[in-house]
Design a protein around this ligand. Sequence first.
Ligand SMILES: [Zn+2]
Length: 133
Amino acid sequence: MTCEVCEILKNERLVVYRDGQIVVLHNPHPFNNGHLIITISSHKSIDEIDKSLFIELMGTAKKFTAILQRVYNPHGFNIGISLKPHVYIQLVPRWSGDVSFVTLFYNIKVVPETIEDSINRIKSAVREAWPLS
Ligand SMILES: [Zn+2]
């Protein structure tokens, strides 16, 4: 069985940020603008990584909450954490009323910005927030 996260990691254009083993990618099927996947570069589960790396993943989610707040000014955030087979965090900006009638009745999500535009805006905010990283 192929790993969905490993498949996404192969797509370099989705990468927003890298720091050591940590990789932040834009979700190729975003629920909202700025829907990010925060993961590690190797295919490992929660049982196979050190606690310090898991804490680093959570710290990266905290940092990107600030970045997305700056770029999109959402009303809130949701995170989802997958532990096996490949540990990753989904970080989703949320706006009140963001589940529209289109989503409810046609199961289609309208994302008003292209993934490329989202990636460029987020990368630009990262460069502004951490100019030397
Ligand atoms: Zn994997």
